[in-house]
Design a protein around this ligand. Structure first.
Ligand SMILES: Nc1nc2c([nH]c(=O)n2[C@@H]2O[C@H](COP(=O)(O)OP(=O)(O)OP(=O)(O)O)[C@@H](O)[C@H]2O)c(=O)[nH]1
Length: 136
């Protein structure tokens, strides 16, 4: 990670940490032709102009996986330098208020046991989030 990056756009992305009663974590898989193809990641997406991070996350969860979320609480954030943009990504812990996750606008969606998480391909920015999750 670099502290420089003058001129690089800052990208604000909200993401969700959703666990079920058994402690499994809900992840989505990026599309084959996206940036970081087929990586598994925390569901979420870009915050649009005029939106709060919380409202953006609620919209993305509806659009991408067809669920309503509730009880959003800031959990961790990452600030990560990618080649063409700098990512600022708050991760909110939350719960599913209604709906069953479906892959509406993602390649796939799935629940993972904690001991499966390390073996997945993750975006580089997610490393500290994964470590924090596995440490708790
Ligand atoms: N949702 C999400 N995005 C992440 C995570 N980690 C991470 O580096 N990102 C990055 O944050 C950005 C999120 O953008 P996005 O998924 O809304 O949009 P996109 O660039 O894939 O495509 P789009 O422009 O069609 O919406 C991507 O560049 C993605 O690689 C994560 O855990 N969850």
């Amino acid at each position: 990670m670099s502290a420089g990056g003058a001129g690089k756009p800052l990208l604000l992305v909200s993401a969700a940490l959703i666990e079920d009663a058994a402690g499994r974590v809900l992840l989505t898989q990026r599309k084959p032709r996206a940036h970081l193809p087929l990586c598994w990641e925390f569901p979420g997406g870009k915050v649009e102009a005029g939106e709060t991070p919380e409202a953006a996350l609620m919209r993305e969860m509806r659009e991408e996986v067809g669920i309503e979320i509730a009880d959003l609480k800031p959990w961790r954030f990452v600030s990560h330098d990618y080649a063409t943009f700098h990512l600022l990504m708050p991760l909110f812990s939350c719960r599913i208020a209604s709906g069953e996750p479906q892959a509406l606008d993602v390649h796939a969606v799935a629940w993972f046991e904690r001991d499966q998480l390390r073996a997945l391909d993750w975006p580089p920015a997610d490393e500290p989030l994964l470590e924090a999750l596995l440490a708790q």
